[in-house]
Design a protein around this ligand. Structure first.
Ligand code: NAD
Length: 489
């Protein structure tokens, strides 16, 4: 496995001007993978200047040609799947099984989707007064800044860059300091398939320096951010200088409701995927399991048995189903929430600790954890972002809805029921950007993704994202209208 460890600016891999470096560790054993160049303000300035210089030609390029380049990138991702699987797994701790079946194919799928979308964004013609033609163009914004987190670094390259590039913007993207390697590999593939220099610039660096400066930058027209709600608030503040557009995909506390008429076997399997996939490090994780009292014991029997059987271990082993958390610091954060649960009087039904297996003791592992709690407890209100699910119960629909809507967040949530009317009632009344019925965590590049409340605003994916990466321009033509003079003389 060879990894890029420099910044990618104006089509070239370059060192940081100040020569700073950041160590990148493998969370399986905290061994050093590489040390990467650290972008600071002057590197961000270089990257933004390169993106600005590339913008006129890129935005005027025939849209289908931009799309063709994105499709070539998708092909290159598929052709390099083995290397991308290894890079992503070692850098993030995702099991290779997941990288091969989800992260890499879905990244290619999303770039290909937006490749196809490039020439589908159309303006409109407005029926105004006779004699005038009024049409609305959708124009790209300019240089777009993007700041992404460490939980799905490879997939987020396609979620963020796909629509921005298809719409004709140029990009400066800051990956998380913990997990920059797959993003740098994507930059390498972009150069190989022929993206012009400057169209995409990748600047790994710390959030409070490089990320903050990118969000403040006066030449950046939009900042798109995925990460914590606290940093989301800082991004909004940083954007005020030039009133740049902001799109925020922040935290969540997904309500996963199981009614007594649900197919329990399907609900058990779907609920385990909802929380334990990617070690629970997903903003849309089903981190609150809300069970109807009458089936709670039966459901929990099946759920705990399944959770206990999940194969936790070295992510490079193809049979591993759950790997480590992304960093020591994050492992400690999740373990702290296990302590908070105990202090709040929660009952730990499973896990709540690091695994006993000595082979995993050098890594950032936490066992699948199931806690019985009260809906007002911190573990039911705050985002843990780990393999940690809080279980509460309810008597009727009204109580279920009150619990589901009872946090500051509103990203994804779902319910398991055979009752069609109830499914639609909840789809209407859950205060979320996404609702899943008899499934969980479904995502598709055509379907809008994002939240309400403290989960942020703006949408990724689909036409919604393409519109968010363009500005409407209204053009008026006097075709043959006779306009009486406003100041008759
Ligand atoms: P974070 O929000 O601090 O980091 C996410 C990204 O933002 C990283 O690239 C980071 O470098 C950057 N960043 C940090 N401070 C910044 C600033 N002032 N200006 C601009 N960019 C900045 O997240 P974290 O500390 O890595 O994780 C903390 C918690 O955030 C997690 O435990 C989880 O609850 C939540 N989180 C949510 C998501 C999500 O997908 N919504 C992803 C990661 C983390």
């Amino acid at each position: 496995m060879t990894v890029q460890n420099q910044l990618f600016i104006n089509g070239e891999f370059v060192d940081a001007i100040d020569g700073g470096r950041i160590d990148v560790l493998n969370p399986h054993d905290n061994s050093l993978i590489t040390s990467i160049a650290e972008a600071r303000q002057n590197d961000i300035d270089r990257a933004v200047a390169a993106a600005q210089a590339a913008f006129p030609a890129w935005s005027r390029m025939q849209a289908a040609e931009r799309g063709h380049l994105l499709m070539k990138l998708a092909d290159a991702i598929e052709a390099n799947i083995d290397e991308l699987v290894e890079i992503e797994s070692r850098d993030t701790g995702h099991p290779v099984r997941d990288c091969r079946n989800l992260d890499v194919p879905r990244t290619a799928f999303t770039f290909r989707y937006f490749g196809g979308m490039a020439d589908k964004v159309q303006g409109s013609e407005i029926p105004v007064e006779p004699g005038f033609l009024n049409y609305v163009k959708r124009e790209p914004l300019g240089v777009v800044g993007q700041v992404v987190p460490w939980n799905f670094p490879l997939m987020f390259t396609s979620w963020k860059m796909g629509p921005a590039l298809a719409a004709g913007n140029t990009v400066v993207l800051k990956p998380a300091e913990l997990t920059p390697l797959s993003t740098l590999k994507i930059a390498e593939l972009m150069a190989q398939v022929g993206f012009p220099p400057g169209v995409v610039n990748i600047v790994p660096g710390y959030g409070h320096t490089a990320g903050q400066y990118l969000a403040e930058h006066p030449q950046v027209a939009k900042i798109a951010f995925t990460g914590s709600t606290d940093v989301g608030r800082k991004i909004v503040g940083a954007s005020a200088g030039n009133l740049k557009r902001v799109q925020l995909e922040l935290g969540g506390k997904g309500a996963n409701i199981v009614f007594d008429d649900a197919n329990i076997k399907a609900a058990v399997g779907g609920s385990a995927f909802a929380i334990f996939h990617n070690q629970g490090q997903a903003c849309i994780a089903g981190s609150r399991l809300i069970l109807q009292e009458s089936i709670a014991d039966e459901f929990l029997d099946g759920f705990l048995t399944l959770a206990q059987s999940i194969r936790l271990g070295d992510p490079s082993d193809p049979s591993t189903e759950m790997g480590p958390l992304t960093s020591k610091q994050h492992q400690q954060r999740v373990l702290n929430y296990c302590d908070i649960a105990r202090q709040e009087g929660g009952e730990i039904l499973l896990g709540g600790k690091v695994p006993d297996d000595v082979a995993l003791s050098g890594g950032c592992y936490v066992e699948p954890t199931v806690v019985r709690a009260q809906s007002s407890d911190r573990v039911c209100q705050e985002e843990v972002f780990g393999p940690f699910v809080a279980v509460t119960t309810f008597k009727d629909e009204e109580e279920a809805l009150a619990i589901a809507n009872g946090t500051q967040y509103g990203l994804g949530g779902g319910l398991w029921t055979q009752n069609l009317s109830r499914a639609h009632r909840f789809a209407d009344q859950m205060r979320n950007g996404m609702v899943w019925v008899n499934c969980y965590k479904r995502v598709n590049p055509g379907s809008p993704f994002g939240g309400v409340g403290s989960s942020g605003y703006g949408r990724e994916m689909g036409f919604e994202a393409m519109h968010d990466y363009t500005e409407a321009k209204s053009v008026w033509i006097n075709v043959d209208a006779q306009i009486p003079p406003f100041y008759p003389r």
